[in-house]
Design a protein around this ligand. Structure first.
Ligand code: HAM
Length: 434
Protein backbone atom coordinates (compact mmCIF):
# COMPACT_ATOMS: atom_id res chain seq x y z
CA UNK A 1 0.00 0.00 0.00
CA UNK A 2 1.56 3.36 -0.97
CA UNK A 3 2.38 5.60 1.98
CA UNK A 4 -0.22 8.22 0.93
CA UNK A 5 -3.04 5.74 1.40
CA UNK A 6 -2.21 4.77 4.94
CA UNK A 7 -3.75 6.42 7.98
CA UNK A 8 -1.61 9.32 9.18
CA UNK A 9 1.03 8.67 11.81
CA UNK A 10 -0.56 8.73 15.26
CA UNK A 11 -4.09 8.31 13.80
CA UNK A 12 -5.85 4.96 14.05
CA UNK A 13 -8.75 3.13 12.46
CA UNK A 14 -10.98 1.58 15.08
CA UNK A 15 -11.79 -1.79 13.54
CA UNK A 16 -14.83 -3.99 14.25
CA UNK A 17 -12.85 -6.34 16.53
CA UNK A 18 -12.00 -3.36 18.80
CA UNK A 19 -15.62 -2.21 19.04
CA UNK A 20 -16.66 -4.44 21.96
CA UNK A 21 -14.07 -2.64 24.14
CA UNK A 22 -15.44 0.75 23.12
CA UNK A 23 -19.01 -0.38 23.77
CA UNK A 24 -18.09 -1.74 27.19
CA UNK A 25 -16.45 1.53 28.24
CA UNK A 26 -19.13 3.73 26.68
CA UNK A 27 -21.99 1.78 28.29
CA UNK A 28 -20.35 1.51 31.70
CA UNK A 29 -19.26 5.16 31.81
CA UNK A 30 -22.64 6.51 30.60
CA UNK A 31 -24.55 4.38 33.12
CA UNK A 32 -22.42 5.51 36.05
CA UNK A 33 -22.39 9.15 34.87
CA UNK A 34 -26.18 9.02 34.74
CA UNK A 35 -26.29 7.62 38.31
CA UNK A 36 -24.47 10.76 39.39
CA UNK A 37 -26.74 13.07 37.41
CA UNK A 38 -24.52 13.93 34.42
CA UNK A 39 -26.12 14.73 31.08
CA UNK A 40 -24.51 14.33 27.70
CA UNK A 41 -23.13 17.22 25.69
CA UNK A 42 -21.26 17.30 22.40
CA UNK A 43 -19.30 20.26 21.18
CA UNK A 44 -17.91 20.98 17.70
CA UNK A 45 -14.56 19.59 16.68
CA UNK A 46 -13.36 23.00 15.51
CA UNK A 47 -13.26 26.09 17.68
CA UNK A 48 -11.69 29.51 17.44
CA UNK A 49 -8.05 28.96 18.47
CA UNK A 50 -8.30 31.48 21.31
CA UNK A 51 -10.79 29.18 23.12
CA UNK A 52 -7.88 26.79 23.78
CA UNK A 53 -5.01 29.26 23.77
CA UNK A 54 -6.45 31.48 26.51
CA UNK A 55 -7.48 28.61 28.78
CA UNK A 56 -4.83 25.90 28.38
CA UNK A 57 -2.15 28.59 28.54
CA UNK A 58 0.42 30.07 26.20
CA UNK A 59 3.38 28.29 27.75
CA UNK A 60 1.93 24.78 27.67
CA UNK A 61 3.12 22.03 25.30
CA UNK A 62 -0.39 21.69 23.91
CA UNK A 63 -0.68 25.31 22.87
CA UNK A 64 2.97 25.84 21.90
CA UNK A 65 3.63 22.70 19.89
CA UNK A 66 0.70 20.37 19.56
CA UNK A 67 -2.39 22.10 18.21
CA UNK A 68 -3.62 21.57 14.68
CA UNK A 69 -4.44 25.19 13.88
CA UNK A 70 -5.05 26.86 10.56
CA UNK A 71 -6.56 29.97 9.04
CA UNK A 72 -10.07 29.38 7.74
CA UNK A 73 -11.09 30.67 4.30
CA UNK A 74 -11.70 34.41 4.24
CA UNK A 75 -15.25 35.64 4.99
CA UNK A 76 -17.06 38.28 2.91
CA UNK A 77 -15.05 41.06 4.50
CA UNK A 78 -11.81 39.24 3.76
CA UNK A 79 -11.20 38.33 7.42
CA UNK A 80 -9.69 34.98 8.25
CA UNK A 81 -10.33 33.28 11.53
CA UNK A 82 -7.67 31.04 13.05
CA UNK A 83 -9.34 27.81 14.08
CA UNK A 84 -8.11 24.63 15.77
CA UNK A 85 -9.00 20.98 16.05
CA UNK A 86 -9.98 20.46 19.67
CA UNK A 87 -6.96 19.30 21.76
CA UNK A 88 -9.09 18.84 24.93
CA UNK A 89 -12.73 19.09 25.98
CA UNK A 90 -13.00 21.35 29.01
CA UNK A 91 -12.58 24.73 27.30
CA UNK A 92 -15.27 23.86 24.73
CA UNK A 93 -17.71 22.73 27.43
CA UNK A 94 -17.21 25.92 29.44
CA UNK A 95 -17.59 27.97 26.25
CA UNK A 96 -20.88 26.16 25.54
CA UNK A 97 -22.06 26.58 29.15
CA UNK A 98 -21.61 30.34 28.86
CA UNK A 99 -22.88 30.65 25.30
CA UNK A 100 -26.15 28.90 26.18
CA UNK A 101 -26.65 30.73 29.47
CA UNK A 102 -26.46 27.54 31.52
CA UNK A 103 -25.34 29.64 34.50
CA UNK A 104 -29.03 30.62 34.77
CA UNK A 105 -30.03 26.98 35.39
CA UNK A 106 -29.98 25.29 38.80
CA UNK A 107 -26.32 24.75 39.70
CA UNK A 108 -24.25 22.69 39.46
CA UNK A 109 -24.72 21.84 35.80
CA UNK A 110 -23.27 18.35 35.34
CA UNK A 111 -22.23 17.44 31.82
CA UNK A 112 -20.43 14.52 30.20
CA UNK A 113 -18.98 13.89 26.78
CA UNK A 114 -18.40 10.48 25.30
CA UNK A 115 -15.68 9.31 22.91
CA UNK A 116 -14.99 12.85 21.74
CA UNK A 117 -11.92 12.90 19.48
CA UNK A 118 -9.05 15.15 20.59
CA UNK A 119 -6.06 16.13 18.47
CA UNK A 120 -2.54 16.76 19.72
CA UNK A 121 0.52 16.64 17.51
CA UNK A 122 2.58 14.62 19.97
CA UNK A 123 5.34 12.16 19.14
CA UNK A 124 3.40 8.92 18.60
CA UNK A 125 4.30 6.05 20.93
CA UNK A 126 2.47 3.36 22.88
CA UNK A 127 -0.58 5.00 24.48
CA UNK A 128 0.19 8.38 22.87
CA UNK A 129 -1.74 9.19 19.72
CA UNK A 130 -2.27 12.28 17.64
CA UNK A 131 -6.00 11.58 17.64
CA UNK A 132 -7.30 10.12 20.87
CA UNK A 133 -10.80 9.94 22.36
CA UNK A 134 -11.99 11.04 25.75
CA UNK A 135 -14.88 10.34 28.03
CA UNK A 136 -15.09 13.39 30.25
CA UNK A 137 -17.28 14.91 32.95
CA UNK A 138 -17.51 18.56 33.93
CA UNK A 139 -19.49 19.87 36.93
CA UNK A 140 -19.97 23.62 36.65
CA UNK A 141 -21.16 26.14 39.23
CA UNK A 142 -20.16 24.42 42.47
CA UNK A 143 -17.08 24.92 44.65
CA UNK A 144 -18.10 22.56 47.51
CA UNK A 145 -15.23 20.07 48.07
CA UNK A 146 -17.90 17.36 48.32
CA UNK A 147 -18.24 17.52 44.53
CA UNK A 148 -14.47 17.07 44.09
CA UNK A 149 -14.73 13.86 46.08
CA UNK A 150 -17.91 12.84 44.26
CA UNK A 151 -16.30 13.17 40.85
CA UNK A 152 -13.22 11.18 41.91
CA UNK A 153 -15.49 8.57 43.52
CA UNK A 154 -17.58 8.32 40.37
CA UNK A 155 -14.50 7.69 38.28
CA UNK A 156 -13.32 5.01 40.67
CA UNK A 157 -16.74 3.35 40.41
CA UNK A 158 -16.41 3.33 36.60
CA UNK A 159 -13.00 1.66 36.75
CA UNK A 160 -14.15 -0.93 39.27
CA UNK A 161 -17.30 -1.69 37.25
CA UNK A 162 -15.07 -2.25 34.24
CA UNK A 163 -13.29 -4.87 36.33
CA UNK A 164 -9.96 -3.04 36.49
CA UNK A 165 -7.71 -3.89 39.41
CA UNK A 166 -4.73 -2.06 40.93
CA UNK A 167 -5.89 1.39 39.89
CA UNK A 168 -4.77 4.20 42.15
CA UNK A 169 -5.55 7.87 42.31
CA UNK A 170 -3.02 10.54 43.13
CA UNK A 171 -4.40 13.86 44.29
CA UNK A 172 -2.91 17.25 45.00
CA UNK A 173 -3.95 20.85 45.49
CA UNK A 174 -2.20 23.52 43.46
CA UNK A 175 -3.82 26.49 45.22
CA UNK A 176 -5.57 29.43 43.65
CA UNK A 177 -4.89 32.97 42.43
CA UNK A 178 -4.52 33.97 46.06
CA UNK A 179 -1.66 31.67 47.13
CA UNK A 180 -0.13 30.39 43.90
CA UNK A 181 1.66 33.60 42.78
CA UNK A 182 3.58 33.69 46.09
CA UNK A 183 4.47 30.05 45.73
CA UNK A 184 5.70 30.60 42.15
CA UNK A 185 8.01 33.33 43.44
CA UNK A 186 9.32 30.92 46.07
CA UNK A 187 9.84 28.21 43.46
CA UNK A 188 11.68 30.59 41.14
CA UNK A 189 13.89 31.80 43.98
CA UNK A 190 14.77 28.17 44.69
CA UNK A 191 15.52 27.40 41.03
CA UNK A 192 17.38 30.63 40.19
CA UNK A 193 20.82 29.52 41.42
CA UNK A 194 20.31 26.01 39.95
CA UNK A 195 19.20 27.15 36.53
CA UNK A 196 22.48 26.83 34.63
CA UNK A 197 22.51 23.16 35.59
CA UNK A 198 18.91 22.54 34.41
CA UNK A 199 17.89 20.91 31.11
CA UNK A 200 17.04 23.20 28.15
CA UNK A 201 13.30 22.67 28.60
CA UNK A 202 13.47 23.68 32.26
CA UNK A 203 15.32 26.87 31.34
CA UNK A 204 12.30 27.76 29.19
CA UNK A 205 9.79 26.57 31.80
CA UNK A 206 11.43 28.79 34.40
CA UNK A 207 10.36 31.85 32.41
CA UNK A 208 7.15 30.64 30.77
CA UNK A 209 5.54 28.16 33.11
CA UNK A 210 7.51 27.67 36.37
CA UNK A 211 5.02 25.18 37.88
CA UNK A 212 5.93 22.77 35.10
CA UNK A 213 9.53 22.65 36.37
CA UNK A 214 8.18 20.02 38.77
CA UNK A 215 6.97 17.89 35.86
CA UNK A 216 10.40 17.48 34.21
CA UNK A 217 11.27 13.86 33.51
CA UNK A 218 15.00 14.36 32.76
CA UNK A 219 17.27 12.46 35.21
CA UNK A 220 19.56 15.50 35.69
CA UNK A 221 16.70 17.50 37.23
CA UNK A 222 15.18 14.89 39.56
CA UNK A 223 17.26 15.80 42.63
CA UNK A 224 16.31 19.46 42.21
CA UNK A 225 12.64 18.52 41.99
CA UNK A 226 12.90 16.33 45.09
CA UNK A 227 14.19 19.23 47.17
CA UNK A 228 11.95 21.94 45.64
CA UNK A 229 9.33 23.71 47.76
CA UNK A 230 5.88 22.18 47.32
CA UNK A 231 2.71 24.11 46.56
CA UNK A 232 0.81 21.80 48.90
CA UNK A 233 2.82 23.20 51.83
CA UNK A 234 2.26 26.78 50.69
CA UNK A 235 -1.52 26.92 50.35
CA UNK A 236 -3.56 29.77 51.80
CA UNK A 237 -6.00 28.83 54.54
CA UNK A 238 -9.13 28.51 52.39
CA UNK A 239 -7.26 26.26 49.92
CA UNK A 240 -5.88 24.16 52.80
CA UNK A 241 -9.38 23.74 54.22
CA UNK A 242 -10.77 22.86 50.80
CA UNK A 243 -8.13 20.20 50.26
CA UNK A 244 -8.65 18.71 53.73
CA UNK A 245 -12.40 18.51 53.08
CA UNK A 246 -11.89 16.82 49.71
CA UNK A 247 -9.94 14.12 51.53
CA UNK A 248 -12.55 13.76 54.27
CA UNK A 249 -15.37 13.27 51.72
CA UNK A 250 -13.25 10.97 49.58
CA UNK A 251 -13.29 8.35 52.35
CA UNK A 252 -17.05 7.88 51.83
CA UNK A 253 -16.39 6.65 48.30
CA UNK A 254 -13.83 4.05 49.40
CA UNK A 255 -11.27 5.40 46.96
CA UNK A 256 -7.69 4.42 47.77
CA UNK A 257 -5.75 7.62 47.17
CA UNK A 258 -2.29 9.05 47.68
CA UNK A 259 -1.24 12.66 47.88
CA UNK A 260 1.34 13.38 45.21
CA UNK A 261 2.65 16.89 45.73
CA UNK A 262 4.29 16.80 42.30
CA UNK A 263 1.08 16.63 40.26
CA UNK A 264 0.86 19.98 38.52
CA UNK A 265 -0.95 18.92 35.28
CA UNK A 266 -0.08 20.03 31.77
CA UNK A 267 -2.78 22.69 31.36
CA UNK A 268 -2.73 26.12 32.94
CA UNK A 269 -6.38 26.41 33.91
CA UNK A 270 -6.28 24.27 37.04
CA UNK A 271 -6.89 25.58 40.55
CA UNK A 272 -6.98 23.72 43.86
CA UNK A 273 -7.77 20.00 43.45
CA UNK A 274 -5.93 18.10 40.72
CA UNK A 275 -5.85 14.33 40.28
CA UNK A 276 -4.70 11.54 38.04
CA UNK A 277 -5.64 7.87 38.01
CA UNK A 278 -2.85 5.55 36.98
CA UNK A 279 -2.38 1.86 36.60
CA UNK A 280 -0.15 0.64 39.43
CA UNK A 281 1.89 -1.44 37.03
CA UNK A 282 3.18 1.01 34.44
CA UNK A 283 2.16 4.36 35.90
CA UNK A 284 0.42 5.49 32.71
CA UNK A 285 -2.25 8.15 33.29
CA UNK A 286 -5.69 6.76 32.46
CA UNK A 287 -7.20 10.17 33.04
CA UNK A 288 -6.41 13.59 34.32
CA UNK A 289 -8.65 16.05 36.04
CA UNK A 290 -9.11 18.86 38.46
CA UNK A 291 -10.70 22.16 39.36
CA UNK A 292 -10.70 25.18 37.05
CA UNK A 293 -12.49 27.86 39.06
CA UNK A 294 -11.20 30.73 36.90
CA UNK A 295 -11.99 29.47 33.42
CA UNK A 296 -15.43 31.03 32.90
CA UNK A 297 -14.00 34.46 33.73
CA UNK A 298 -11.29 34.04 31.08
CA UNK A 299 -14.17 33.89 28.57
CA UNK A 300 -15.72 37.01 30.11
CA UNK A 301 -18.44 35.04 31.91
CA UNK A 302 -19.55 35.21 35.54
CA UNK A 303 -17.24 33.68 38.13
CA UNK A 304 -18.09 29.97 37.92
CA UNK A 305 -16.26 27.22 39.74
CA UNK A 306 -15.80 23.99 37.82
CA UNK A 307 -14.29 20.56 38.18
CA UNK A 308 -13.94 17.64 35.82
CA UNK A 309 -11.81 14.96 34.27
CA UNK A 310 -10.99 13.47 30.89
CA UNK A 311 -10.43 9.71 30.48
CA UNK A 312 -8.28 8.55 27.56
CA UNK A 313 -10.39 5.73 26.13
CA UNK A 314 -7.50 4.17 24.18
CA UNK A 315 -5.45 4.12 27.40
CA UNK A 316 -8.25 2.35 29.29
CA UNK A 317 -8.55 -0.21 26.48
CA UNK A 318 -4.80 -0.91 26.71
CA UNK A 319 -5.23 -1.43 30.45
CA UNK A 320 -8.27 -3.71 30.02
CA UNK A 321 -6.27 -5.84 27.59
CA UNK A 322 -3.22 -5.87 29.84
CA UNK A 323 -5.40 -7.10 32.72
CA UNK A 324 -7.01 -9.74 30.47
CA UNK A 325 -10.51 -8.27 30.79
CA UNK A 326 -12.68 -9.43 27.89
CA UNK A 327 -15.65 -7.29 26.85
CA UNK A 328 -18.92 -9.06 26.08
CA UNK A 329 -18.80 -10.28 22.48
CA UNK A 330 -21.07 -8.96 19.72
CA UNK A 331 -24.21 -11.16 19.75
CA UNK A 332 -24.23 -13.88 17.06
CA UNK A 333 -27.16 -14.19 14.63
CA UNK A 334 -30.09 -16.14 15.95
CA UNK A 335 -30.72 -17.62 12.51
CA UNK A 336 -28.88 -18.08 9.23
CA UNK A 337 -31.14 -18.55 6.18
CA UNK A 338 -29.79 -20.90 3.49
CA UNK A 339 -31.41 -21.73 0.14
CA UNK A 340 -30.75 -25.06 -1.50
CA UNK A 341 -31.45 -24.25 -5.13
CA UNK A 342 -30.55 -21.65 -7.69
CA UNK A 343 -33.97 -20.52 -8.89
CA UNK A 344 -35.14 -16.93 -8.43
CA UNK A 345 -38.16 -18.24 -6.39
CA UNK A 346 -35.78 -19.83 -3.95
CA UNK A 347 -33.66 -16.70 -3.63
CA UNK A 348 -36.81 -14.55 -3.23
CA UNK A 349 -38.09 -16.82 -0.46
CA UNK A 350 -34.77 -16.61 1.41
CA UNK A 351 -34.53 -12.83 0.98
CA UNK A 352 -38.12 -12.32 2.15
CA UNK A 353 -37.69 -14.55 5.18
CA UNK A 354 -34.45 -12.83 6.22
CA UNK A 355 -36.09 -9.41 5.86
CA UNK A 356 -39.10 -10.53 7.95
CA UNK A 357 -36.94 -11.91 10.74
CA UNK A 358 -34.94 -8.70 10.97
CA UNK A 359 -38.10 -6.61 10.95
CA UNK A 360 -39.34 -8.72 13.85
CA UNK A 361 -36.14 -7.81 15.73
CA UNK A 362 -34.45 -11.17 15.26
CA UNK A 363 -30.79 -10.99 14.28
CA UNK A 364 -30.57 -12.93 11.00
CA UNK A 365 -28.02 -13.54 8.26
CA UNK A 366 -28.13 -15.17 4.85
CA UNK A 367 -25.95 -16.07 1.87
CA UNK A 368 -25.49 -14.04 -1.28
CA UNK A 369 -24.82 -15.12 -4.86
CA UNK A 370 -24.81 -18.71 -6.03
CA UNK A 371 -23.05 -20.73 -3.39
CA UNK A 372 -23.30 -24.53 -3.11
CA UNK A 373 -25.38 -26.08 -0.32
CA UNK A 374 -22.21 -27.16 1.43
CA UNK A 375 -20.63 -23.70 1.18
CA UNK A 376 -23.79 -22.12 2.64
CA UNK A 377 -23.87 -24.56 5.56
CA UNK A 378 -20.23 -23.73 6.21
CA UNK A 379 -21.09 -20.05 6.24
CA UNK A 380 -23.97 -20.70 8.61
CA UNK A 381 -21.61 -22.56 10.95
CA UNK A 382 -18.95 -19.87 10.77
CA UNK A 383 -21.49 -17.14 11.57
CA UNK A 384 -22.08 -18.69 14.98
CA UNK A 385 -25.87 -18.60 14.39
CA UNK A 386 -27.99 -20.65 16.79
CA UNK A 387 -30.18 -22.01 14.00
CA UNK A 388 -29.89 -22.47 10.27
CA UNK A 389 -33.18 -22.22 8.38
CA UNK A 390 -33.16 -24.23 5.20
CA UNK A 391 -35.33 -23.47 2.19
CA UNK A 392 -35.16 -26.29 -0.41
CA UNK A 393 -37.48 -27.53 -3.19
CA UNK A 394 -39.71 -29.44 -0.72
CA UNK A 395 -39.97 -26.61 1.76
CA UNK A 396 -40.88 -24.16 -0.99
CA UNK A 397 -43.56 -26.49 -2.38
CA UNK A 398 -45.07 -27.33 1.07
CA UNK A 399 -44.90 -23.87 2.65
CA UNK A 400 -42.53 -25.17 5.34
CA UNK A 401 -39.04 -24.49 6.63
CA UNK A 402 -36.41 -26.92 7.92
CA UNK A 403 -34.61 -25.78 11.01
CA UNK A 404 -31.33 -27.11 12.27
CA UNK A 405 -30.00 -26.30 15.66
CA UNK A 406 -26.38 -25.49 15.05
CA UNK A 407 -23.58 -26.73 17.21
CA UNK A 408 -20.70 -24.47 16.53
CA UNK A 409 -17.56 -26.35 15.60
CA UNK A 410 -19.45 -29.59 14.88
CA UNK A 411 -20.33 -30.71 11.37
CA UNK A 412 -23.02 -33.26 12.20
CA UNK A 413 -26.23 -31.50 13.06
CA UNK A 414 -28.69 -33.67 11.03
CA UNK A 415 -30.32 -35.28 14.06
CA UNK A 416 -31.43 -31.88 15.34
CA UNK A 417 -33.43 -30.95 12.22
CA UNK A 418 -37.15 -30.17 12.52
CA UNK A 419 -39.73 -28.99 10.02
CA UNK A 420 -42.25 -26.27 10.81
CA UNK A 421 -44.83 -24.25 8.89
CA UNK A 422 -43.47 -21.13 7.21
CA UNK A 423 -45.71 -18.81 9.24
CA UNK A 424 -44.66 -20.37 12.56
CA UNK A 425 -41.05 -19.31 12.28
CA UNK A 426 -41.18 -16.10 14.31
CA UNK A 427 -42.98 -17.63 17.32
CA UNK A 428 -40.64 -20.62 17.02
CA UNK A 429 -37.51 -18.49 17.20
CA UNK A 430 -38.75 -16.09 19.84
CA UNK A 431 -40.04 -18.88 22.08
CA UNK A 432 -37.23 -21.33 21.56
CA UNK A 433 -33.87 -21.19 23.24
CA UNK A 434 -31.11 -23.08 21.45
P1 HAM B 1 -5.30 15.57 29.89
O1 HAM B 1 -4.60 14.98 31.08
O2 HAM B 1 -4.49 16.40 28.97
O3 HAM B 1 -6.53 16.38 30.46
O4 HAM B 1 -5.94 14.40 29.06
C1 HAM B 1 -6.84 13.51 29.68
C2 HAM B 1 -6.47 12.07 29.34
O5 HAM B 1 -6.49 11.89 27.92
C3 HAM B 1 -5.04 11.64 29.73
O6 HAM B 1 -4.96 11.26 31.08
C4 HAM B 1 -4.84 10.45 28.82
O7 HAM B 1 -5.49 9.30 29.32
C5 HAM B 1 -5.58 10.89 27.56
N1 HAM B 1 -4.63 11.44 26.58
C6 HAM B 1 -4.10 12.68 26.54
N2 HAM B 1 -3.27 12.81 25.50
C7 HAM B 1 -3.26 11.62 24.86
C8 HAM B 1 -2.62 11.12 23.70
N3 HAM B 1 -1.79 11.86 22.98
N4 HAM B 1 -2.85 9.84 23.32
C9 HAM B 1 -3.70 9.06 24.03
N5 HAM B 1 -4.34 9.49 25.14
C10 HAM B 1 -4.13 10.75 25.54
C11 HAM B 1 -7.46 17.01 29.70
O8 HAM B 1 -7.55 16.90 28.50
C12 HAM B 1 -8.45 17.79 30.52
N6 HAM B 1 -9.42 18.42 29.62
C13 HAM B 1 -9.15 16.89 31.51
C14 HAM B 1 -10.10 17.64 32.35
C15 HAM B 1 -11.45 17.69 32.21
N7 HAM B 1 -9.79 18.41 33.38
C16 HAM B 1 -10.90 18.93 33.87
N8 HAM B 1 -11.90 18.52 33.15
Amino acid sequence: MPENYRALQGFKDILPEEQPYWRLIENTASEVASLYGYQRIETPLLEDTTVFRRTSGEGTDIVEHEMYSFDDRADKEGRRQNISLRPEGTASVVRAYLEHGMFKLAQPVKLFYMSMPMFRRERPQAGRLREHHQFGCEALGESDPAIDAEIIGMLYQIYTRLGLKNIRVNINSIGDSNCRPQYIEKLKAYYQPLLTDCCDDCQIRFHKNPLRLLDCKKPQDQAKIAAAPRITHNLCEPCQEHFASVQRYLKFYGVPYDIDTLIVRGLDYYTRTVFEFTSEIDNVALNGGGRYDGMAEIFGGPQTPGIGFGVGIERVILELKRQGIEPPAEPKPRAFVVYFGKTQDMKDAATQLTAELRQAGIKAATSYGERSNKAQMKQANASGAEFSIIIGEDELANGTLSIKQMQVGQEKTENKQVQIKRDEIIPYLTGHQA
